[in-house]
Structure formats: structure tokens, C-alpha cells
Design a protein around this ligand. Structure first.
Ligand code: NZQ
Ligand code: ZN
Length: 388
């Protein structure tokens, strides 16, 4: 049965080629000082920086820059960003980049006026913001996380070897996001396909939980089929607008809270992946890909009916004359073959994990309650070993 819920998403999206033309109207809603946040420099090479800066100048904004946001943004960098935002009394934080830049900007927005240590408050004690929140807008350049339309902000603390995501409430969601699929054309293939798998993982984390008949699972199956179809086109031709735009839209719906409404969710693959990320700083989507097959093969018997449904409805496995177990297994074989086909990293060794890290990674893995099997620590270790 679908549980009760309240659904509200406050992010205004501007989608499509040339969507940047809508930025001016958004900027005019805010005060004079804009903090322009970006990553390691891709936006300076592909012209997006110039495009955004010219709109900011056009609007007469005072621009305070905070560049150099690293993939998997750190708690140290967060302290720096919070200080810049506070000292300049910024009126809007404009994130121009991927999930890392967007997540970081949200974290800065709730840290600038926080009287506490933000890492301790938001990521260890999981408290909600109680201070003034600076509005955030986003110009997305990398597809996968869904950060453009959600309250997630994942921060890594290298000293404590922890990578933790806090999903904040709607007051932390971006006020607006500009989604131009052509902005993603310059992504290296490694990042592009890592993003594709991040999308798949977000949907599966919400799909492989519960046994109720609910609309969300039907939506998820449709999103998955669209993703698989378009990903095959995009890896061959990264500038295929139809494929890239479909994937961009799928990514947003995969994690803007819609498909989680009224049902339970899992998120164990993300807990494993984040722990791997804390130890290796590896690309998020690849950490998920490397642990997924071992995890899903392990839990399949505990959620057999759903895995068989997944095989038939998503991967087109013919159930005729097969047991549920055979159907479900065939689905996972098809999934693994697609993962290899698009070029994902399929084991932890290729991400720099060595055997002596396994115990530490297991310690850093949060155990979730919503999947088909609540793992024990020993099972976490076994799955990590099987992923090596
Ligand atoms: O830093 P620059 O130079 O911009 O390069 C980036 C970065 O190296 C590059 N890139 C981005 N757009 C580009 C481009 N290169 C060329 N052309 C472009 N158009 O891509 C690299 C990766 O970028 P990043 O933002 O790190 O990737 P992603 O969007 O996958 O974000 C990853 C972060 O988001 C978190 C992850 O844990 C990770 O920290 N997540 C956030 C979530 C959320 N908010 O709900 C959920 C996710 O599960 C995820 O955990
Ligand atoms: Zn993810």
C-alpha cells in the first residue's frame, strides 16, 4: 500500500538548449552580491564560465568567486566557502558545475551563518539548519546526482575518513536550476558514464525495497528503460541531443524525491560506495558500479519476486518456462553486460582499493534498514571482498 505523504519540490527548472537565457530573470530576484562557485576549471575551457559571467555583468552584479571545488568536496573546503560567503554577505550562491559544486554550494548556504561546526552539526549529529540560509541557484554541467533539484549535500572528511550525505529539507533545495544538455557534451567519457550509473543506482536504491504495488515502481521502470536506451546511444555519439537530453531529465526525476514518495527505500549501495569514496576519493558513480553486482547478487534471494519483475520489465527477459530465480538471475546478467558495454569500473581494485582497506571501509559503511536484507558487518566485508 502506498503510504501517506506530502510532496513539494520548490526548484524551478529551465531545461533545454539555450536555457541560460533564463538566468537573467532569476538573478534579478536577488540582491547585488553573487558568489560564483565552480570546480577545477572545466567551465573556463568550455566557455560556460564566460557565458555565465556575461549574464552576471549584464545584471550589474558584484561577483565573488569561489573556484577549485574538488570532486567529492571536503569539510575543509566547506569552511573556506562559508567564510567567503559570510565575509562578503552574499545574496545568492550560483553553483556552476556538477553534483560536487551544487552539493558544496548547498552546504555553504547553511554553514555561512552557522554558529556551530557545520561538519559536526550536519554530518555527525544530522541536525537541520537553524541559521539564516543563503539561496542557491545552479547551472548544471554534469548529469547524474540529481543535486539540481534535491536537498542532498555530500561532504567528505579526509581526516576522519568519512564521506557522508545529508538530505536536507526543501528550504535547502536550489531555488532554480538551468539544465542545458549541450553543456554536458564536453564531459570526459569516464565522467559521463559514471553519471549514467549514478542515475541507475538512484532509481534501483528506491526500487529494490518493499513489495507493495505502487506507482513509483512503474515510474522507476520507465525511467530505467529510458536511461538504458539513451545511454547506449550516448556512448557511441556523445553529442546526440536526444539521448543526452533524455538522460539529463531522467537524472533529475531519479532523485528529486518523486519516486520515493509513499514507499520504503534501500540506499545500501550508496553507503558502500561512499565508504569506498572516503578511502579512495574515487569518482562517485564508479564506486557504486564496483560494488553493485556483488551486492545485488547477494540480496537477490531475499527479494526474489522484485528481482524477477525487474528482469522482465526493465531488461526484457522472457519468463516463459523459467523459475523466478532463473528470471532474476538473467536480469542481473543483462544488467552486468550493459555495465560492461558502457564502460563502467566493475571492481574495487581498479579504484585503488587494496585488501588491507576492507575492514576500514566496512567500518565506514552505514547499514540501512530498508533493503531486502539488513546486512551484518560480516556481510558488508564479504560483499566488499567479492567486489575486489
Ligand atoms: O571540477 P571541474 O573542472 O569542473 O571538472 C569536473 C569534475 O572533474 C568534471 N566536469 C563537470 N562538468 C563538466 C566536466 N568536465 C568537462 N565538461 C563538463 N561539462 O567532471 C568531474 C566530476 O564532477 P562532479 O561534480 O564531482 O561529479 P558529480 O556530478 O557526479 O558529483 C559527485 C558528487 O555528488 C555527490 C557525490 O557523492 C559526489 O560528492 N552526490 C550528490 C547527491 C545529491 N546531491 O543528492 C547524490 C549522489 O548520490 C551523490 O552522492
Ligand atoms: Zn549517487
Amino acid at each position: 500500500m502506498l503510504g501517506n505523504f506530502t510532496f513539494f519540490n520548490p526548484t524551478r527548472l529551465y531545461f533545454g538548449e539555450g536555457a541560460i537565457k533564463n538566468l537573467k530573470g532569476e538573478l534579478e530576484k536577488y540582491g547585488p552580491t553573487v558568489m560564483l562557485v565552480y570546480g577545477g576549471g572545466s567551465i573556463k575551457k568550455n566557455g560556460i564560465y564566460d557565458a555565465v559571467l556575461s549574464v552576471l555583468k549584464d545584471c550589474g552584479k558584484k561577483v565573488v568567486e569561489d573556484g577549485g571545488v574538488m570532486p567529492n568536496p571536503t569539510s575543509k573546503k566547506l569552511e573556506e566557502g562559508a567564510r567567503i560567503a559570510r565575509e562578503n554577505a552574499v545574496d545568492l550562491i550560483l553553483a556552476v558545475g556538477g553534483g560536487s559544486v551544487c552539493d558544496y554550494s548547498k552546504a555553504v548556504s547553511i554553514s555561512a551563518y552557522c554558529n556551530d561546526d557545520p561538519w559536526e552539526k550536519y554530518y555527525i549529529r544530522f541536525e537541520e539548519p537553524t541559521c539564516k540560509i543563503i539561496p542557491v541557484g545552479c547551472v548544471l554541467t554534469m548529469v547524474g546526482t540529481g543535486s539540481e533539484m534535491n536537498g542532498g549535500a555530500v561532504i567528505t572528511n579526509h581526516e576522519q575518513k568519512l564521506k557522508i550525505g545529508h538530505v536536507f529539507g526543501t528550504e535547502v533545495f536550489p531555488k532554480f536550476s538551468v539544465l542545458d544538455p549541450t553543456y554536458t557534451y564536453t564531459l570526459p567519457k569516464y565522467q559521463m558514464v559514471a553519471g549514467f550509473y549514478d542515475i541507475m543506482s538512484h532509481i534501483l536504491e528506491q526500487y529494490f525495497s518493499g513489495e507493495d504495488d505502487n506507482t513509483s515502481d512503474y515510474i522507476s521502470e520507465g525511467l530505467l528503460r529510458s536511461l538504458i536506451h539513451s545511454s547506449r546511444i550516448a556512448v557511441k555519439n556523445p553529442t546526440d541531443y536526444e539521448a543526452r537530453s533524455n538522460i539529463m531529465w531522467t537524472a533529475t526525476w531519479a532523485l528529486n524525491t518523486l519516486v520515493a514518495q509513499g514507499k520504503t527505500t534501500d540506499w545500501e549501495v550508496h553507503m558502500l560506495g561512499q565508504a569506498v569514496g572516503a578511502y579512495t576519493d574515487a569518482t562517485h558513480g564508479m564506486t557504486l558500479a564496483a560494488v553493485s553486482m556483488a551486492y545485488y547478487r547477494y540480496i537477490m534471494p531475499f527479494g526474489l519476486k522484485k528481482f524477477a519483475r525487474y528482469a522482465v520489465n526493465v531488461w526484457g527477459v522472457d519468463p516463459q518456462g523459467k523459475s523466478d530465480e532463473e528470471v532474476a538471475t538473467a536480469g542481473l546478467v543483462a544488467m552486468e553486460s550493459w555495465m560492461n558495454e558502457i564502460g563502467l569500473v566493475m571492481n574495487l581494485k581498479d579504484l585503488g582499493v587494496t585488501e588491507d582497506m576492507i575492514e576500514g571501509i566496512a567500518d565506514a559503511t552505514l547499514i540501512m534498514q530498508g533493503g531486502y536484507k539488513v546486512l551484518t558487518r560480516e556481510e558488508v566485508v564479504d560483499i566488499l571482498k567479492a567486489s575486489l
